[in-house]
Design a protein around this ligand. Structure first.
Ligand SMILES: [Fe+2]
Ligand SMILES: [Fe+2]
Length: 146
């Protein structure tokens, strides 16, 4: 399995949790929304962390390119984190309109971001980095232990 495959699958897993939280919020089911939202943010922080602390540095080191796509991706991750915080606030307030509005903004940002990774950056990584999961498995397991 290549980087592109397992990271694309992880995008899909995160998307499912996002949708679960959104559906629950739309139905005013704040208990389910809150559980799903927390699971979503946890899965996203793991995903973003693996990119920022494992994959991106390895790619930057291997290619010598530090100010290109990885810099852009890190900036977009931070934009996502701002929206996570705003969604969390809307959730605490049980403010359905605010939650769904911010969720829409996040969804567009995530879709565009993930497309850039899946169509460009992960392909470049598979060309420059060890492109089998066994190489990364141990590092990822460490993330899951925390
Ligand atoms: Fe990313
Ligand atoms: Fe990603």
């Amino acid at each position: 399995m290549k980087i592109k495959q397992f990271m694309t699958q992880d995008h899909k897993d995160c998307d499912l949790l996002f949708a679960k939280a959104e559906n629950a919020a739309a139905k005013d089911d704040w208990t389910t929304a809150s559980q799903a939202f927390n699971a979503f943010v946890q899965a996203m922080e793991r995903h973003l962390g693996i990119e920022e602390q494992e994959l991106f540095p390895a790619f930057e080191e291997e290619t010598g390119v530090k100010t290109g796509p990885t810099e852009m991706m890190r900036m977009e991750h931070d934009q996502m984190r701002v929206l996570f915080a705003e969604m969390e606030y809307a959730l605490e307030q049980k403010n359905c309109d605010d939650y769904l509005g911010i969720a829409d903004t996040l969804l567009i940002l995530m879709q565009q971001h993930n497309m850039k990774e899946e169509q460009m950056l992960y392909n470049m990584m598979d060309q420059h980095l060890p492109n089998d999961f066994s190489h990364w498995q141990k590092k990822f397991d460490e993330w899951d232990e925390d």
